[in-house]
Design a protein around this ligand. Structure first.
Ligand SMILES: [Zn+2]
Ligand SMILES: [Zn+2]
Length: 400
């Protein structure tokens, strides 16, 4: 029951556009365009309805997640069900790994079972009405202010996630006792320090982030012309490492898949032992020394020809002599420290997916939609489109 102007504004918000895009689109159709004042007014009306709908849908996701927890018997001594969640944050603009000064940030908590948004928080450092008044050295006029953050942008994510944990019992009647995260230590630290529940929250590192770090560290090694033994490393050795990074990575993935499927009946300690062994053996295998390979891990184990084996031994020995092989093993050893997380084979893709929906709706983080309420509205639209299955259209009721 939207009128044509409301429909156009909702269409723009839901596809990552703004008034500029509407003007251009309608210009092609030779149709008149609403004023910027009317656009703002409609956006405010819609914002309210979108907010209500988003939280209604989030609440429904909580009900589903809680039901699954109860069915699985995941109930604590205090008879409160507990669940695993995935969390992540994003900023309103690209940091390009140098500028961590975004004006707005969003943090999201997603249920592991339903893969639906259970909590969403926004932090805004900037409000254009306050800023304008400040520039003129005046008192700002009475307005609905969306500025709710004065700390550094880097602190937004952990603040939002902690807020979500603190509200979980009241909102959904569950505790978030396990968190799958992207290795951001500020969130873990905040949860460990401020303890939202009487039971500690355990942390699982996302598999993809651990593997990405592994590759990044290996790539950094290829740039180093001397080893940590302070001996020169030949160009050939560095090139071969560069060309083997993908295989080193897929070796770990293969081992995880094997252990989580074929060895799923084994006890935890045995899985842990096997995975650690495979991660540590990976570089030997990739560089041609198959002495310690498991038969499931490597076919060369049973039918390698003598010449090839000799070559492999020789090559590993050469890399050991320069100290480069030890460097690689050290990097592999860092991965084994997270073997506990790897056995669980979880990732935070769901949260990254949500972030990519937000990125689309805020114009690829390149347009500034953060001046007033717009950023929050777009993050809420993202939650609606993320939680609602494709093809279903929830009803948005506009209040005047
Ligand atoms: Zn303000
Ligand atoms: Zn092998």
């Amino acid at each position: 029951m939207l009128n044509v102007n409301q429909a156009i504004v909702l269409g723009a918000i839901s596809t990552g556009g703004g008034l500029a895009q509407i003007e251009e689109q309608l210009g092609f159709c030779d149709l008149p365009v609403m004023s910027s004042h009317l656009y703002q007014k409609i956006q405010n009306e819609l914002a309210h309805s979108i907010h209500e709908l988003a939280w209604e849908i989030i609440e429904q996701a909580g009900v589903q997640e809680r039901r699954i927890a109860i069915e699985k018997g995941h109930i604590g001594k205090d008879s409160i069900p507990y669940i695993t969640v995935i969390a992540d944050g994003a900023w309103s603009k690209h940091s390009y790994k140098v500028n961590y000064d975004a004006a707005s940030g969003v943090g999201v908590i997603i249920g592991q079972e339903t893969k639906k948004v259970l909590f969403l928080g926004i932090r805004n450092k900037y409000c254009c009405l306050c800023a304008r008044a400040e520039n003129k050295e005046e008192q700002p006029i009475a307005h609905m202010c969306f500025k709710n953050w004065s700390g550094p942008s880097t602190g937004m994510e952990s603040n939002i996630i902690f807020e979500g944990f603190k509200q979980s019992i009241e909102m959904h009647g569950v505790k978030y006792l396990c968190l799958v995260g992207d290795g951001d230590s500020s969130v873990t630290k905040k949860l460990a320090d401020a303890r939202p529940y009487d039971t500690p929250v355990s942390k699982i590192e996302c598999r993809n982030h651990l593997l990405r770090n592994y590759c990044t560290r290996l790539r950094a090694l290829t740039q180093k012309k001397t080893s940590s033994k302070n001996l020169p490393v030949s160009v050939k050795q560095r090139n071969i490492l560069m060309n083997s990074i993908k295989r080193l990575r897929s070796g770990i993935i293969g081992a995880i898949n094997y252990i989580t499927t074929e060895k799923s009946e084994e006890c935890h300690a045995e899985k842990f032992r096997l995975l650690k062994k495979d991660i540590y053996n990976g570089p030997y295998h990739v560089f041609g020394n198959h002495e310690k390979c498991e038969t499931y891990f490597c076919s060369k184990m049973t039918n390698i020809d003598q010449d090839e084996q000799k070559k492999g031994y020789h090559w590993v020995a050469e890399m050991k002599a320069s100290g480069r092989f030890q460097d690689i093993l050290y990097v592999a050893e860092r991965v084994t420290r997270n073997a506990e997380s790897l056995i669980l084979n979880m990732d935070n893709n769901a949260a990254e997916c949500y972030n990519s929906v937000v990125a689309k709706l805020v114009g690829g983080k390149r347009i500034n939609y953060t001046a007033r309420r717009s950023y929050a509205t777009r993050c809420e639209v993202a939650a609606i489109s993320y939680n609602v299955p494709a093809g279903e259209f929830p009803r948005l009721s506009i209040k005047k």
